[in-house]
Design a protein around this ligand. Structure first.
Ligand code: UDP
Ligand code: MG
Length: 321
């Protein structure tokens, strides 16, 4: 039981309506896991207050004062879900052996925690919670969300289908995550880049039991765009492809124009104009695409991502000689 300290990290933004119930259920779950001997007594539930405007932080302080199982992190202001989550993960990293992240609204079935911990005990480093169905989501939400995953993958952002931010990460996986220095944060795209042994656990996604979604359509679209543009430079490469295409068409057009011109089937001046429109259009797009390639390289370089993460080193020599 030495190395089984579990931290459950929960980002909270204006969640005063759900916190009492969430904390009650999470505490029950944690105590149950402790009694079963699966996790250490030092395990905790960590609420991250993301600059809430309501009584969320006061509630977290009260919870902490009442029960040692609860702890809290208070951000200086609202920084958004992903940043709040990262703040929690990084704070928990040095105290825990495994960390599970979940939303405050209990939409993620907390009974999946048992299966996640079991997988960790089997030696898995990252366990993704995957939605088995979206029955409770509206058609609109389901359609947009699933379309989003497909688009992401098509645009080169590797991510786990139907997985949000409900996952377990081991300490060394978090240490890997720490090496990603990017400011444009899209965790569910970065986590698969870490590597190590991964697995999934299925769960049913329920409805938010109180309060409103903090992710209206506008935020969701911004999030999708953020995901695509922060993970891949494929959109830039599309311009290069388009340039090649238009350029190829321009060559066909030139041949066609010459034939038309030679057979005197054109008004004078048409052939040269039409040729240059296609040709120059193609060349401009191609030029843009090439510039884009370099911009993309610069973009990726300045993220300063780790080029590798070492799992083990086998060596008899001592370090630091
Ligand atoms: N959240 C946050 N900061 C924000 C917005 C949301 O920490 O700026 C938290 C929120 O408290 C919740 C989680 O992110 O725990 C997911 O938000 P929500 O349930 O509203 O999103 P949805 O499930 O509707 O996608
Ligand atoms: Mg929710």
């Amino acid at each position: 039981m030495e190395n089984n300290v579990l931290y459950i990290v929960v980002p909270c933004y204006n969640e005063e309506e759900v916190l009492p119930e969430t904390s009650r259920r999470l505490r029950e779950k944690l105590e149950q896991l402790m009694q079963a001997g699966k996790i250490d007594e030092r395990s905790r539930i960590m609420f991250v207050n993301d600059g809430s405007k309501d009584r969320t932080w006061e509630l977290i302080e009260e919870l902490h004062a009442q029960c040692r199982l609860f702890c809290g992190v208070n951000l200086s202001r609202n920084r958004g879900h992903q940043n709040a989550l990262l703040a929690g993960l990084m704070t928990a990293k040095s105290r825990a052996d495994m960390v599970i992240s979940m939303d405050a609204d209990l939409q993620d079935d907390i009974n999946a925690v048992d299966a996640m911990v079991d997988k960790y005990l089997e030696g898995v480093d990252i366990v993704y919670g995957v939605r088995s169905s979206r029955k409770t989501d509206t058609f609109f939400k389901r359609f947009t969300a699933e379309g989003f995953y497909r688009l992401m993958n098509a645009l080169g952002a590797e991510s786990v289908f139907n997985h949000a931010d409900y996952r377990l990460m081991s300490r060394r996986a978090l240490e890997g995550l720490e090496q990603f220095k990017e400011v444009n944060l899209f965790l569910r795209g970065i986590v698969p880049m870490i590597g190590y042994r991964t697995d999934t656990v299925e769960y049913e996604r329920g409805e938010r039991f109180a309060g409103e979604s903090k992710y209206p359509l506008k935020k969701m679209l911004a999030f999708a765009l953020e995901g695509i543009t922060s993970l891949s430079v494929k959109p830039l490469r599309l311009i290069t492809g388009l340039g090649f295409l238009v350029f190829a068409v321009s060559i066909v057009m030139i041949i066609y124009n010459i034939v038309r011109w030679a057979t005197h089937a054109t008004v004078s001046g048409w052939a040269s104009l039409s040729c240059s429109v296609w040709m120059i259009g193609g060349l401009i797009l191609l030029g843009l695409g090439i510039v884009g390639e370099y911009v993309g390289k610069i973009y990726m370089e300045c993220k300063g991502r780790p080029r590798f993460i070492i799992r083990d080193v086998l060596d008899d020599g001592e370090e630091g000689r």
